[in-house]
Write a protein that binds this ligand. Structure first.
Ligand SMILES: NC(=O)c1ccc[n+]([C@@H]2O[C@H](COP(=O)([O-])OP(=O)(O)OC[C@H]3O[C@@H](n4cnc5c(N)ncnc54)[C@H](O)[C@@H]3O)[C@@H](O)[C@H]2O)c1
Length: 268
């Protein structure tokens, strides 16, 4: 690993108390980046920060953040700037899911998922971009990364609001890239497939309770067997390389792209 690849990059990662967000935060710091670890779960953030600050590499701070609250997003960005001097990379990673069969979807389920995954991403993009614009385009390039999904490109019948929210994430990657290019800000993202995190552990239980699968663990195993070309599901470690590439100067000539990291599930 190149421990200087992200040196001088000050990054904010939402939803970074656990799962992929935490893994990306740690990987960024190992490569020299300073990271603001932001999440609803402040205790989780503090654990991640303790691990990062106990090792060589970049430094970290913990911030409590609900991505749907604009004032909290502004405060998290300000905390990053106060601690490290600027914001260079924003990773909109926070996300939730709650499966329901199509005819059972409620307004509550729709709004809950769309608010966190889509509106939270929009607010993160907007507030990060305002800070980056203020810092001046001569100090860029700046990078905004949005976490999409295989469900940014298709939908399953038991997770339609989630798929809508992740299609929205893709639309914001495309539209945001066009809106922000003149400010020397690129917008890209990555789309994980089936990743063994607490999100999927909960999803697996919920899929059993709505009758989609018979027993726990079946969803991941069946998807791996039937839909993933590489015949295995993934772990947070599988996404960190792409997340780092998209934060690094190696991706400077890319914008508006969503890279799938799914073992060959979706090919488009
Ligand atoms: N696990 C998968 O299979 C999978 C697949 C594709 C995409 N994704 C996406 O990857 C991202 C990370 O997922 P994960 O599997 O690591 O999930 P996770 O549940 O392990 O972690 C998500 C984190 O987001 C935080 N969070 C939730 N709502 C928030 C809010 N309103 N404000 C701030 N933080 C909030 C949670 O506290 C949690 O720490 C999400 O956007 C998810 O939709 C996950």
């Amino acid at each position: 690993m190149d421990k200087t690849r992200l040196e001088g990059k000050n990054c904010l990662i939402t939803g970074a108390a656990r799962g992929m967000g935490a893994a990306v935060a740690e990987h960024y710091a190992e490569q020299g980046a300073n990271v603001c670890v932001a999440d609803l779960n402040i205790e989780g953030c503090e654990e991640v920060v303790k691990r990062i600050n106990g090792r060589d590499g970049g430094k970290a701070i913990a911030v409590k953040l609900n991505v749907t609250e604009r004032e909290q997003m502004k405060a998290a960005i300000q905390a990053t700037v106060d601690a490290f001097g600027s914001l260079n990379v924003m990773v909109n990673n926070a996300g939730i899911n709650k499966p329901l069969m199509f005819l059972d979807i409620t307004e509550e389920n729709w709004h809950q998922i769309m608010d966190v995954n889509a509106l939270g991403c929009l607010i993160g993009m907007q507030e990060a971009a305002k800070q980056m614009i203020e810092q001046g385009k001569e100090n860029g390039p700046y990078k905004i990364l949005n976490v999409g999904s295989i469900l940014s490109r298709q939908a399953f019948d038991d997770v339609v609001p989630y798929a809508c929210s992740k299609h929205a994430v893709l639309a914001m990657i495309n539209g945001g890239a066009k809106a922000l290019v003149d400010h020397n800000i690129t917008v890209n993202g990555y789309g994980p497939g089936v990743v063994r995190t607490e999100l999927w552990e909960q999803l697996d239980k919920d899929l059993v309770s709505i009758g989609k699968f018979d027993k726990q663990g079946q969803s991941m195993d069946e998807l791996a067997e039937k839909m993933i070309l590489m015949k295995r599901y993934s772990y947070p470690e599988d996404v960190v390389g792409t997340a780092s590439f998209l934060a690094s100067p190696e991706s400077d000539y890319m914008t508006g792209q969503l890279l799938m990291i799914d073992g060959g599930m979706i090919m488009q």
